[in-house]
Design a protein around this ligand. Structure first.
Ligand code: HEC
Length: 467
């Protein structure tokens, strides 16, 4: 079914306001390449080499990650399991910690990558579909395999973006004369339809779901900015735009145009005070909503929000044991914390929140930490959703892990001496088992278990090795 986007939303109802971003020089040389990584680092080009810097950490040294010429133009940088996948015209690369390794994923494509995007997962936890376009084909990457979607279009100028659909995050494919929507229906089948627009947009973008919201698609039509949210209504945002900056990792959207920069954040359209953003300078949007700008002799960061980091278990983790979430914030802001909507005590020296899974109980929980400044920057909301599991059992949780990853070697017939086919075998050497899966030595010759699987093994111990 073709979704007709005919209704025009009123723009008068949009909340407005202003923001005074914090600005800082992060690198003392200009760079034509600006690639923000999901972990907050920034990849720059210096003397024909790509280097990674950590703008939030003044003590860190830049590291050289490879010759820029081999990488070419970077089209997308997407988080994958514990690493960053860089999709560039020169190939595909994995950045794991400080190691930069070419991957053979690029071999699956019939030509250089023109654009790529990773969709958020429909549940908001874990990774969603990765889409890659070459000049002639569109691919969906599933379990490191590239599946081609037959489109029969010239994709040499294609742009990809995330977009909302009732079924979950969808893909927009911008062709010269129209936009296609690609999504998976409830049974997982890939569907395509033309987005019903009277005029083809000149640019598209997609922003991440804000807390509790959903993905938004952005379009530049006849020089004006429009958006489409989960309600599928095309809304005129009342701004002229020359450059649209969106990121599937950020819910903030920057529109640079003749009336000055505008920022869309926290449900409002904001005038940007004090920030100098040259028209033609290289600009990139980071996952935290900051802009990196390379002008003249330096790379600057223009941040609508102050830097706040919350440590402890990452979003989507499994919580098994009491967990500390340390909070690091610049200056002296007002900080509030809530678990599932109820206030939770903020401990000091060091600043932190402590949560005990036994008190929270089984199931899914959300920790929210709100940090507010009075200097014109926007408040920072850090959110961690996690699951508490304390009642893992051998039959439901551990045996399936054993069957999948260990059984071929650790059973009665296997090559390993250590037997692990009964719960008692695990209990006897439990610490050794955990140490072996944590450092990835086991399963032998195979990918390490996921954090989740390891947490389930630990939860089994916490729950008293239930059968
Ligand atoms: C491809 C075969 C293979 C697979 C799969 C495998 N192992 Fe092993 N494992 C071995 C071998 C070989 C040894 C060394 C001999 C021994 O100690 O039994 C070993 C040793 C171990 C040891 C003892 C290490 C020590 O320091 O004493 C533990 C514990 C272990 N494996 C756990 C696991 C777990 C848990 C899994 C599944 C998540 C797994 N292994 C999967 C082959 C395998």
């Amino acid at each position: 079914m073709l979704a007709i986007v005919a209704l025009l939303g009123a723009c008068g109802s949009v909340e407005t306001g202003s923001v005074r971003p914090a600005e800082a020089e992060v690198f003392a040389a200009a760079s034509s390449t600006l690639v923000p990584l999901p972990d907050g680092r920034l990849v720059l080009e210096m003397d024909a080499r790509l280097i990674a810097i950590a703008p939030g950490d003044p003590t860190s040294e830049p590291i050289v990650i490879g010759p820029a010429t081999d990488v070419g133009e970077v089209h997308a940088v997407v988080p994958t399991q514990g690493a960053v996948l860089v999709l560039a015209s020169g190939g595909t690369f994995l950045l794991r910690g400080e190691a930069w390794v070419p991957t053979d994923l690029g071999m699956a494509f019939d030509g250089p990558i023109v654009d790529a995007v990773r969709l958020p997962s429909p549940t908001g936890i874990g990774l969603g579909d990765l889409w890659v376009a070459t000049a002639t084909s569109l691919y969906r990457i599933v379990d490191d395999e590239a599946q081609e979607l037959a489109l029969d279009e010239d994709l040499s100028d294609v742009e990809l973006a995330i977009a909302p659909r009732p079924e979950g995050p969808a893909l927009w494919v911008k062709l010269p004369d129209r936009v296609l929507e690609v999504w998976r229906d409830r049974s997982g089948v890939v569907r395509t339809a033309r987005l019903g627009l009277e005029t083809a947009p000149s640019a598209i973008g997609g922003s991440a779901a804000p807390t509790g919201g959903s993905t938004t698609g952005w379009l530049v039509i006849d020089g004006g900015l429009f958006s489409i949210g989960a309600d599928r209504v095309l809304v005129d945002r009342g701004v002229r735009v020359d450059r649209l900056l969106t990121s599937p990792l950020a819910d903030e959207v920057w529109a640079l145009g003749p009336d000055g920069p505008r920022l869309f954040a926290d449900g409002a359209r904001l005038e940007v005070e004090g920030a100098a953003l040259p028209d033609d300078a290289p600009v990139a949007l980071a996952a935290d909503g900051s802009l990196f700008v390379s002008d003249g002799a330096a790379v600057r960061r223009v941040s609508p929000r102050r830097q706040v980091t919350v440590g402890g278990a990452p979003d989507g983790s499994l919580l098994v044991r009491p967990q500390v979430f340390p909070v690091a914030a610049e200056g002296s802001p007002l900080i509030e914390a809530q678990i599932d909507g109820a206030a939770v005590e903020l401990l000091t020296e060091p600043l932190r929140v402590e949560l005990d899974p036994a008190e929270l109980g089984e199931g899914s929980h959300t920790l929210e930490i709100r940090v507010t400044y009075d200097d014109g920057t926007l408040p920072v909301l850090e959110r961690r959703t996690f699951e508490v599991v304390t009642n893992a059992t051998w039959a439901d949780d551990i045996q399936p892990i054993y069957d999948t990853y260990c059984g071929q070697c650790h059973g009665p017939e296997g090559p390993a001496n250590t037997r692990l086919d009964a719960p008692g075998d695990w209990q006897e050497i439990f610490e050794v088992v955990v140490a072996n899966v944590e450092d990835g030595r086991m399963p032998l010759n195979n990918d390490p278990l996921t954090q989740r699987e390891i947490a389930i093994i630990q939860a089994w111990e916490v729950g008293g090795f239930a059968q």
